[in-house]
Design a binder for this molecule. Sequence first.
Ligand SMILES: [Zn+2]
Length: 251
Amino acid sequence: MPVAGKLYSAQTLPLILDFVNIVNNIDFNNRGIDDDTTGEATIQILKKVRKIAYRLNSNHVSSLGLHPIVYFYSKDGRYKTVSFLSIVDLVMELDKIKKVNDFIEVREDFEELVLEYDYLLQQIYVKYRSVQKSYKYISKFLQEAIICLKSKKTIEETIDEVLAVQTFQYLTVRKTIQPTDSSVEDFNTNRKSEIYIKETFKNIPQCKICNGFIHRNSISFDHIQRKADGGLASVDNGQITHPYCNTGYKN
Ligand SMILES: [Zn+2]
């Protein structure tokens, strides 16, 4: 992806520090952390970080294979730190309350909702004006959305319901699609990224179990008919899925 290089900017270090802190429930100001004289505490902290990193996008069996273009980038190709940290929080919460499978069940609609209503998450960020202050609210918004989708609500009904929650009443849904300024002849960089992403979506494979988008770093090869039921390793009996969908969810 041509925009991926933006991750390696001056923003990278704070992003990693915030990630480590959130995963380990460490206060952002790092008050109360003693010096680690043996290195043992540091190893424990890094193990938790690895566990979540595996969960987000890897070939590990626990991987949800969250496609960065859906979860971490804006439509015009900007990397969104706050989205990354919100998703980290969301995944940890789902693990904690054992609702990861609810997410898998609604994942197709959930991804459509995230792509379509990405500007509402932006509105939450604008209200709190900092990544550290807003990520919990964005995570909460997404948790509410999963609950609604799980109770068979449509995407539009889900948005109505979440916006009725007191915490989110300040959010406003755009009534009409904003017309883009097409009077300019040359594509600017943002418009080019938007077109690139739009075209890219057409070619992203989807998981045969949950229908969510699949990223190349996070693919599992699934027997359509299980090995236990006599399924062979033939091309006809194979399909691609997210690692977690093929293991934790399916079994
Ligand atoms: Zn899947």
